[in-house]
Design a protein around this ligand. Structure first.
Ligand SMILES: *Cc1c(COP(=O)(O)O)cnc(C)c1O
Length: 377
């Protein structure tokens, strides 16, 4: 049995979570939260970061900060997780799905400009598998049309585009620390990255239920009150402590994942050379983070056969995503811009292999053996 995912454990989480439990502050924005945020602000670097209970919440905060409202349009790929769209649909926006590029499976930047209408407010590029979208082009389009860019960098921890950390390029960015991502804050968690100073003040207010409590704690106001709309977007200290246990070891986690990724890639090259599978493609501007190892087969039938072969030997290989535009809520809240040339077709050909911190070379060899056997008949 080889699991598809195992949440990463660095071995330090327990110590820090206990420390947080025994401290007299276990609600949000305590010492561990501050330590984590500072780590990101220095390492990425980034003007300001705020821990959130999930990436979904970070995206919701982004939609609130951009004052997305009914009638607005938001451009994004359909090949993504539901949260990318949910956050903006919640504010009443219409989601305009733009086709993906067949190489990176990221939004096709060449189609974006034509999808813009007078109602367009924002572009939300999703960095699939931690491989960057063509951000220079996207930022130039946004600037020309006075649009905001929110990077869904849920999968982008430790990835870069032209040397810049993902999530730090758009006006706002969002990371996920869900247990399936490279590092986790105990199962659920996220981070909002604020790169545009205009959003810093209001982000703190929205995150604190619409109050100026953060300012109050810093002694900037003598009482705090309800000043705007908001919600409770703070994770508790136990989550931050868990995350700190991972951040301290994140280089080790990353090194191990990269090694596993390369091991899969090298082992599968012969099959790719024979044209039996297609390996992932990395544009030269992008440094990826081994968030996932995927490859593509010829079509849906071939994929079904392969996934059945994995299932028969209890190996957790999976597929995703069902394109959002063809899902019930996608039909209700969005529309697809022009032709779906690649989104559906590519999604039906994709296979994701087991990938987690601690995956052994022997297990990778077992997984690849199944693919070799499948390719032979
Ligand atoms: C995981 C993921 C999310 C959601 O992250 P949560 O932390 O679970 O809310 C959003 N977008 C993408 C692309 C993801 O992969």
């Amino acid at each position: 049995m080889i699991h598809f995912n195992k949440p990463p454990l660095s071995g330090r989480e327990e110590k820090y979570v206990l420390e947080a439990m025994k401290s007299l502050k276990i609600s949000g924005d305590g010492a561990f939260s501050k330590r984590c945020q500072q780590w990101f602000e220095e390492r990425l670097p980034c003007k300001k970061t705020l821990l959130t209970p999930s990436c979904t919440h970070a995206l919701e905060m982004a939609a609130l900060l951009l004052e997305i409202k009914e009638g607005d349009e938001v451009i994004m790929p359909s090949y993504t997780f539901v949260s990318t769209a949910d956050a903006f649909a919640l504010r009443g926006a219409t989601i305009v799905f733009v086709d993906i590029r067949p190489d990176t499976l990221n939004i096709d930047e060449k189609l974006i400009e034509r999808a813009i209408t007078p109602k367009t407010k924002a572009i939300v590029p999703v960095h699939y598998a931690g491989v960057a979208c063509e951000m220079d082009t996207i930022m130039a389009i946004a600037e020309k049309h006075h649009l905001f860019v929110v990077e869904d960098a849920a999968q982008g921890f430790a990835s870069t585009y032209k040397g810049k950390a993902l999530g730090t390029i758009g006006h706002l960015g969002a990371f996920s620390f869900h247990e399936t991502k490279n590092i986790t804050s105990g199962g659920e968690g996220g981070l909002l990255l604020i790169n545009d100073e205009r959003f810093m003040h209001r982000a703190e207010i929205i995150r604190e239920k619409g109050t100026n409590r953060s300012q109050f704690f810093r002694g900037m106001v003598d009482k705090y009150s309800w000043v705007d709309i908001g919600s409770s977007y703070l994770p508790c200290e136990l989550q931050a402590a868990y995350l700190w246990g991972q951040l301290e070891m994140s280089d080790v986690i990353q090194e191990s994942r990269m090694k596993s990724w390369k091991c899969y890639y090298d082992t599968l090259i012969p099959l790719a050379k024979k044209g039996l599978i297609e390996l992932p493609i990395m544009p030269k501007e992008c440094v990826h983070n081994a968030h996932m190892f995927y490859f593509k087969v010829k079509d849906l039938d071939m994929r079904t056969q392969l996934l059945d072969a994995f299932k028969a030997v209890s190996i957790g290989a999976v597929f995703h995503y069902i394109p959002l535009h063809s899902a019930p809520a996608g039909l209700k809240f969005g529309r697809f811009f022009e032709e779906d040339n690649y989104t559906t077709k590519e999604s039906e050909r994709l296979v994701r292999l087991p990938m987690y911190f601690g995956l052994r070379e022997q297990e990778i060899a077992e997984v690849c053996d199944v693919i070799v056997k499948w390719s032979k008949h």
